[in-house]
Design a protein around this ligand. Sequence first.
Ligand SMILES: [Ca+2]
Ligand SMILES: [Ca+2]
Ligand SMILES: [Ca+2]
Ligand SMILES: [Ca+2]
Length: 297
Amino acid sequence: MWRKPLLGILIATMVGLGVYAQGVIINEVAWAGTASNTSDEWIELYNPTDSAVDLSGWSLTFGDVVIDLGEAASTIVESDGYLLLERTDDNTVSDVPADLIYTGSLSNSGMVLNLLDQTGAVVDTANAGVESGWAAGSAKEGETQYATMERIDPTGPDVASNWASNNGLITCGHDAAGEPINGTPRAKNSATIAWETAPTVTLNGPFEGQAASGSLVIAWQAQDPDSGEDDSLQVDIYISADGGDTFSLLVSGLVGDSYVWDTTASANGDQYVLKVTVKDADGNIGEAMSPIFTIAN
Ligand SMILES: [Ca+2]
Ligand SMILES: [Ca+2]
Ligand SMILES: [Ca+2]
Ligand SMILES: [Ca+2]
């Protein structure tokens, strides 16, 4: 668990911009609506702090829209609690009660949301650094249709890399037609759960344009944020000879952090790519890909 704040600080330091969350934050934005109705947009706020926050006098704005959060059914957001805003009526997320009904649309071409406290200070934003469109989420044409834009690290800044689309696997709530929503209204984001539990891997070579021959040592570093037991991860390696278009399994079920590959068993070529996947005990998968390299024996 020690990695999480460190990662947040690292991202903030590297990027150097983005508003820091102080208290309640904008956690999820259903800017494309739902499969039932593209007007059925909704927004989730979240309190990642240790104490309750009173939203009296706070507002949420985008475009010309100003939503007075003091009009919520309860203005108190408990620690680890949510506030669900549904557009037009409570049927937008039909089986989860809204805390506040608002009017006004989120353009699919992208908008910036601002969260203002009782002094009028902007305490959080969503989608601020994005020139056009949205940092994440999708409409009808998305891989996961009408996926919401979910904040990954609730205490991390509003930068594009801290937003991801709902993965369509961890979802809750139903739309006005009773169909499942590709989002997590009033619940932890799928992107946050993946970030907290999925392993990550980085590949230490081969490097861009490297010409490999004979035995090539494939080395990687893998981590699982919620266990820390690196050697419990199962590693598979895949190889592509066509620049990453198609992969075939090279070796599976490895543990540890390196593998010696006899490249003489493979044809010469200059469009090779390696992919390493790591799987934890829960079946969460992380992967890393090498740049294109050459085999010349
Ligand atoms: Ca929209
Ligand atoms: Ca509702
Ligand atoms: Ca959520
Ligand atoms: Ca894990």
